[in-house]
Design a protein around this ligand. Sequence first.
Ligand code: AMP
Ligand code: MG
Length: 503
Amino acid sequence: MAKSTEIMGQNTPIRPHFNFDNTFARKLEGFVVSCQAEPASAPKLLQFNHVLAEELGLDPAVLDSKVGLEIFSGNVAPEGSEPLSQGYAGHQFGGFAPQLGDGRALLLGEIIDTQHKRRDIQLKGSGRTPFSRGGDGKASLGPVLREYLIGEGMHALGVPTTRALAAVKTGDNVYRESPLPGAVLTRVAASHIRIGTFEFGAARGDVDKVRQLADYTIARHYPEATDAKNPYLAFFAAVTDAQAALVASWMNIGFIHGVMNTDNMTISGETIDYGPCAFMDRYATGTVFSSIDTHGRYAYGNQPAILSWNLTRLAETLVRFVDPNKDRAIELLTDTIQGIQTLYEAHWLSGMRSKIGLSTEDSLDLKLINDLLLLMEEGNADFTLVFRRLAQALRGDIDTVRNLFEEPDAFDIWAQRWRQRLKQDGIAAEARAQAMNRINPIYIPRNHKVEEALTAAVEQDDMMPFSQMLGILSHPFEEVPENQAYALPAPISDLPYRTFCGT
Ligand code: AMP
Ligand code: MG
């Protein structure tokens, strides 16, 4: 990476003003290694996120230009950045890997956004780092655009997530099974601290370092835990709540992360690493898309159980801070772990109640919702469309939803129970329908449309389908008749949809 503190415009210096304040680099020695991006030979700025840039307090006019291109390709380090790769470990498919780390990512630094929140700015795919092991540190264009599209789609759906600020095509090939165009994604995150970051410190037996990391993370993400009687236990409970809420929100929209390894679970509770993720069409709890998840460990219906499994790995790194008496510490952490599924179910049920239009609580709601899901599974119904079309039923058109089921009669019986429950809830039908349409999306990143957009970009150099889809996914609740093709599931094909880790 060229050393440059200012990027020269024609006559006057242009400064992108990131105003970096790099606390992780300063405070967490042992978790970071300084590193430089590899140059890109002929970079092209394919996509730039103006709205996010403004939210970050950055000038989109300055960055959506040659200046941004140089920064987002890794060719120029913006003033104040201290590029580094972060160390982390992780349990991958249940097995422990003590050293993973940013093998293809560089943290440029942290900035404070317009809402006074600290955000990481990271390049992903910018070349080898000390954590690259056998990898090339690069990313290919398809996976970079996939992360951009699905991540931004998730944000519009209201799910906490890392964001995409820019996608650059490097002009260089990366070599996978065949040569592919290389690309760099600029990722923005509340932080990149993962469960695996704690495991990295713990695996090295460095108690002080793990404590430093915990103190840093508490101050950055859960400052209220400092005032608790037992700050580290309160911290663990707060992470637990954030991740339980996150997984519940995935379940409520039919999202399958695909690789819920502990290195891919953030402490902040943001979704991270859109590799083999995908949305399910037909509701089936066993749905798996990832080509490497042969045993379905990360299947749709297993995600809540994996949530607990992963958080238990975090708890193991915190034992000695929770209580000097190890048994007592384990007892306290176990209490919290045992509450995770209840917590998750509360988040999930609250989301599901809203999805079927309920604003009050009744003890029979859980059964009502589970019975609908069972009918959906038995009737091969599309998850997203069923919930969306329930609002239409309230407006007098029940056929659109009932026809989504192979056995519409069974749905009719359920719908009668639902209507009874709605009467008890007592909100005018139209107001309820509108509220439902504000949380039940009509547009999700449908797998075949994602593939279409990526194929056009990668194989035909055509970013139009990508831009169009990004625009539609940015307003997932606003139905527009012309965009109907984006609302429909893929035609049933003999070949199951498969996703791959995005390297
Ligand atoms: P991920 O599948 O993105 O969660 O990555 C798992 C681990 O593999 C992380 O440590 C990555 O940094 C590393 N990794 C993935 N792809 C590459 C690559 N092309 N070069 C180097 N390291 C990589
Ligand atoms: Mg990862």
